[in-house]
Design a protein around this ligand. Sequence first.
Ligand SMILES: Nc1ncnc2c1ncn2[C@@H]1O[C@H](COP(=O)(O)OP(=O)(O)OP(=O)(O)O)[C@@H](O)[C@H]1O
Ligand SMILES: [Mg+2]
Length: 302
Amino acid sequence: MTDPERTEPERTAPVDIRTRTAMTDGAAPQATTAPAHAEAVQDDAAVFELSGVSVYYGTYRAIRDVAMVLPQRRISAFIGPSGCGKTTLLRCFNRMNDLIPSARVEGRINYRGLDLYDEGVDPIEVRTRIGMVFQKPNPFPKSIRDNIAFGPRVLKLPGDIDEIVERSLRRAALWDEVKDRLKDSALGLSGGQQQRLCIARALAVDPEVILMDEPCSALDPIATGRIEDLMEEIKSEYTILIVTHNMQQAARVSDRCAFFTTEVNEKSDTRTGVLVEFDRTEQIFSNPADQRTEHYITGRFG
Ligand SMILES: Nc1ncnc2c1ncn2[C@@H]1O[C@H](COP(=O)(O)OP(=O)(O)OP(=O)(O)O)[C@@H](O)[C@H]1O
Ligand SMILES: [Mg+2]
């Protein structure tokens, strides 16, 4: 008999993202030195440590020299004007930039002390530990049930598929709305429901980190509120990184906030994204260290 209060499995220790070759090479994972300006977040265990991270598309450097330490089991928001490289940086955290032929990542990103870009690291494994929810909901053209069941099946996760489907949909606050139509196409759901389905799909493979790129930008305030509630509910178990243009949303949901901007080099006529500051959200919104942040959050940008 299962205790209904305890149907959730214990969260397992992090799966090693290295391939067998890398795991047997005897090298201990190296920890980077925390960047100086990230000291404010050192009281929480780090899940990601970035130093000197730049991302290029061909010869164009979209974002440069990012250094930050992201705490685990917190919501960190990325804000900043359009084109400053928020999506580009977010895609680095689960190696989605690998899928863009012209993209190249420089510098170091440690995930739990392990170099995420080490050649022994398996990017597929990375993406199962670090899931992503996109701006535009992208359900598969399959049934609601099969959307959720897909990942666990491919990964051959243990457990009953129907239980995983129900648990994931419940966690994404969608179960009550879809429990009687699990065999219907996911494409028949509303935009807000589709986005919650995509969150449920990300949760179904039991990741450690969820990356969200403007997940609410196409949603009404009610659907947005549901997704924000959901983030609040699951943040004790997951690390969430969210890109948002909605300042109120960043202030409402995040514990940490990173402000990025675009620096323009008049001489070379190039624009490059930079991290201006990363701190506790209340600090960013009440007493930011940099004037550029203050101008942006008070609407005096540009
Ligand atoms: N696949 C790509 N190929 C070439 N350049 C790209 C690519 N993706 C993004 N860029 C460029 O990199 C820069 C940063 O883009 P990015 O999408 O990361 O910005 P963003 O901060 O997410 O903007 P927004 O808020 O509008 O989503 C932009 O100048 C963009 O044109
Ligand atoms: Mg973007």
